[in-house]
Design a binder for this molecule. Structure first.
Ligand code: AMP
Ligand code: ZN
Length: 113
């Protein structure tokens, strides 16, 4: 399994840093965002470390992250929700381990800021 010893989300994957788990499989971890931007704000990460969407070479990782999003929505009975991936610092990425935000529970404006 590819991990980065200095990566916050790899540490959450490993259980070294606590997080409020939503679900975990052998492929992905889903947990509550520490600074929620909506009543429901879940982060879905893969067990494999890749820094960002554009640096992810294995399409299986992308598939499994999206399957993780679906599983979160099903588990939380979400019908309307937004999935966001910030790619690069100027797009708002602050943690460089690929993650999908799942936001729900309020009216979500478009376009986002
Ligand atoms: P991004 O800005 O797209 O890279 O998203 C990173 C997200 O990680 C932000 O929404 C943060 O609030 C969230 N975050 C940072 N540290 C933690 C943590 N220890 N546990 C849960 N979420 C975190
Ligand atoms: Zn990582």
């Amino acid at each position: 399994m590819t991990t980065d010893l200095d990566c916050l989300f790899c540490k959450i994957n490993a259980g070294e840093i606590p997080a409020k788990m939503v679900l975990q499989t052998d492929k992905i971890t889903a947990f509550l965002d520490i600074n929620p931007q909506a009543p429901t704000h879940v982060l879905v990460i893969h067990k494999v470390h890749t820094a960002s969407l554009s640096e992810t070479e294995d399409p299986q990782v992308l598939l499994e992250v999206m399957q993780g999003v679906q599983a979160v929505a099903k588990k939380l009975s979400l019908t309307d929700y937004r999935v966001a991936i910030n790619n690069g610092a100027s797009a708002g990425q602050t943690v460089f381990h690929l993650h999908a935000h799942v936001l729900a529970g309020r009216k979500l404006e478009w376009p986002p800021g």
